[in-house]
Design a protein around this ligand. Sequence first.
Ligand code: ADP
Length: 400
Amino acid sequence: MVGGGQLARMSHEAGIPLGIRFRLLSDTPQDSAAQVVRDVVVGDYRDLDTLREFARGCDVITFDHEHVPTEHLRALEADGIPVRPGPDALVHAQDKGVMRARLDAMGIPCPLHRIVRDPGDVAAFASEAARAAGARQDTGDADTGSGPGSGSGSGSAFPVPVVLKTVRGGYDGKGVWVVRSTAEAADPFKAGVPVLAEEKVDFARELAACVVRSPHGQAVAYPVVESIQVDGVCDTVIAPAPALPEQEAVQAQELALRIAGELGVVGHLAVELFETRDGRVLVNELAMRPHNSGHWTQDGAVTSQFANHLRAVLDLPLGDPRPRAEWTVMANVLGGDYPDMYSAYLHCMARDPQLKIHMYGKDVKPGRKVGHVNTYGDDLADVRERAAHAAGYLRGTIPE
Ligand code: ADP
């Protein structure tokens, strides 16, 4: 697995009972997965020679992140090393411009979008987005975001806010800006990377449809979940998404299965979705690796996303994705002011014997994802409260 983060750490954990020998390419020996995997190569995933050396003797290569240059993956494939998911699929998770173009061609609903060259271009896009929102408002109740407070106050304020994203390299909200004027739109262009403009979707909530597909073409779909973000970072995931009509849930699962099939994805695919207030479901993002919206499966599903990702990349039959409990809630633990989180175990474990704690071995830094907790049961309010309490207590935001 390329990348030494928590996804690799938890994938390795899932491979232990199957006797899967794991080799890791990690940036540093201290990375989350490098602390627990025995066969670690420390090196730079952007360097082809390092990747080749690492891949020698591996049966298959898979990923903890999507940042390996696409051309390097093609080179590894040309060397005869199976890369899963392969570069032709993975590029849709690496490049938001490529992803949007492909989903458009497949007729899959996405936010209104366009690649933009400069702030003037963004201004033109904002007018187009305002017109589209206005047209929807004539037939429904879409929020254009216009009105008091939505502009920057500068002479070149946009009629509606626009979301700008660098097409490559973003994660956890980094590389995403909400801009309201040409002045604000200048920053994203500074990196010299192409920029994608999107309408700012007035979503009711965010959902994720996670599926796993093997080279054979076998595929499984997990229940559709609700994902609650705080400051662009995933905070809580509820499985299944509360009050999601059965028909919409099945449609979202079918959509994810179709994307996985048509793009030739191998492994875990998370399709991040916006459920709009006017009843549409739009695709926000694709992730082709284990994903935060699937962490609940470790304790809440018959087969976890990590186990199924490994089964898929090794072309083994996939495991049952069905839930074990009526409700499972995952809450991320972010770093707070207390460097030692372990002293909080006493309280959390004593308060809730069913609580499942997953820590990543990372140094605590404010706002950094350092672990998560899973809770489950048949009373959603209780399950949510227990997850939120444990995550808050571990972070140090809930006093003794
Ligand atoms: P990342 O690569 O950081 O995961 P995303 O494209 O998923 O970037 O954006 C991060 C968050 O920003 C999303 O989860 C959502 O809350 C918000 N966001 C992204 N795109 C839009 C949009 N077009 N409209 C409204 N909110 C958005």
